[in-house]
Design a protein around this ligand. Structure first.
Ligand code: GLN
Length: 446
């Protein structure tokens, strides 16, 4: 049914870079056989999943939507992919993204743009736009994305689906093509909170292959799906409801606040005073880490190599010049600049200190509140071309999501209304490793 749906709508949406019909049907048949033999199956058995194309899949092309990896076939699968397959799920394809996950609209893909299923004149968000659009359009039941500064939550909000960025360290990044290693997290997209909980549970847990992965006991997340928010204390940071957030978006979020209050939660305004520094801090740290992570693409070991090089240095330069797109080059230049001698203290080290202040804002807020609530994005999905020529405007669309990555806490986006026929997302932010409470509050809206 999913492949029939892909057949029907994919030429209008463009969610997938690669599809895997043959192998997916094969595993679907295997599950079918299990059922007919009366064997036990798990909740994800046979469930068609889309995977963002920056997660390695054994024997299946993985591009990160970059020309420099356009011919890359990994010899291994990311831990998350292995875990989903072990849970019985089936990968149906690899989805489009902004090149190396740098962007907020999927317009930075080296290959093509993905369109928002609600209005194909608009972007699906980014960088995991292909995964969000695939789930929204019924081209997959669930999907995986990665979130460095909002890349799961913002496209989930633009496409009217549920998307979750787990706590830093909760899900293995082994096999994820790194963008900014101190911020990147993998997480699920789903059409409802129950599916999101099932997906999260399947991919979570310690992985000795990822040295940043935490050793903790993965909770039974479906046990959190209780229809009860009585007594929960929910804070709404006033900085996230200020000017710059579209008034209609604020109205939709206020309705969600009223609903939670009517169900017995305590909802009040609070403050995260260093919020105004989050964007500049992120755009020092993320490009710095990216410039280091992307040094490995040199045309030597794997990926694209320019054909017409004279010597080895010329080959590095030509391969990288031709292989990377403009946004990736911009980040490499920003990152190498802020890491260079003389600027390191002024920019990079300073940003790390401000990052700590931002994290401490959250620590203080969570002494008082169980969950923080805000819009996911200042506006619903924008139109193609509206921001792509103005990087600062594009960066501003992440204003509500990036602090969560800087603090390493979990965040979820779920639909909370419409503006001009386009979905609006509600963001819930939680304490480290308290995904359960986020799911519990999110479940109230189903
Ligand atoms: N839009 C942000 C950026 O361009 C975040 C991307 C992401 O979360 N991968 O860096």
């Amino acid at each position: 049914a999913v492949f029939d749906r892909i057949e029907d709508v994919e030429d209008k949406i463009g969610a997938y870079i690669t599809r895997t019909k043959e192998s997916a049907l094969e595993s679907a048949r295997a599950v079918d056989k299990q059922i007919r033999n009366g064997e036990a199956i798990t909740p994800l058995s046979g469930i068609p999943i889309a995977v963002k194309d920056n997660m390695c899949t054994d024997g299946l092309r993985t591009t990160a939507s970059s020309k420099i990896l356009s011919n890359f076939i990994p010899p291994y699968s990311a831990t998350v992919v292995k875990k989903l397959e072990a849970a019985g799920a089936t990968v149906v394809g690899k989805t489009n993204l902004d090149e190396f996950a740098m962007g907020s609209s999927t317009e930075n893909s080296a290959f093509f743009t993905t369109r928002n299923p609600w209005d194909t004149q608009r972007v699906p968000g980014g960088s995991s736009g292909g995964s969000a659009a695939a789930v929204c359009a019924g081209e997959a039941v669930c999907a995986l994305g990665s979130d460095t500064g909002g890349s799961i939550r913002q496209p989930a909000s633009f496409c009217g689906v549920v998307g979750m960025k787990p706590t830093y360290g909760a899900v293995s990044r082994y096999g994820l093509i790194a963008f900014a290693s101190s911020l990147d997290q993998i997480g699920p997209f789903a059409r409802d909170v129950t599916d999101c909980a099932l997906m999260l549970e399947a991919v979570s847990g310690h992985d000795p292959k990822d040295s940043t992965s935490a050793n903790y006991k993965v909770p039974d997340y479906t046990a959190s799906l209780v229809n009860d928010v009585r007594g929960l204390k929910i804070g709404v940071p006033e900085e996230y409801m200020a000017e710059g957030i579209l008034p209609e978006v604020r109205v939709a979020v206020k309705k969600a606040m009223l609903l939670l209050e009517s169900l017995g939660a305590v909802v009040e305004y609070t403050t995260l005073p260093h919020t105004e520094y989050a964007l500049p801090t992120y755009y020092i740290i993320a490009p710095a880490e990216a410039s280091s992570n992307l040094a490995r693409y040199d045309g030597v070991r794997y990926g694209f190599r320019a054909a017409d090089a004279g010597d080895v240095i010329d080959m590095f330069m030509k391969s990288r010049s031709q292989g990377f797109g403009p946004e990736v080059k911009r980040r490499i230049m920003l990152g190498t600049y802020t890491l260079s001698a003389g600027y390191y203290d002024a920019y990079y080290l300073k940003a790390l200190k401000v990052r700590t202040l931002i994290k401490q804002d959250f620590d203080r807020a969570f002494e008082k509140y169980d969950v923080l609530l805000s819009p996911t994005s200042p506006s619903p999905a924008f139109r193609f071309g509206e921001k792509v020529d103005d990087p600062l405007q594009m960066y501003l669309s992440d204003i509500c999501t990036i602090s969560v990555n800087l603090a390493g806490i979990p965040g979820i986006s779920l639909p909370c209304g419409f503006v001009d026929g386009m979905p609006v997302g509600l963001q819930l932010m939680g304490k480290h490793f308290d995904e359960g409470t986020l799911l519990r509050v999110a479940y109230t809206f189903e």
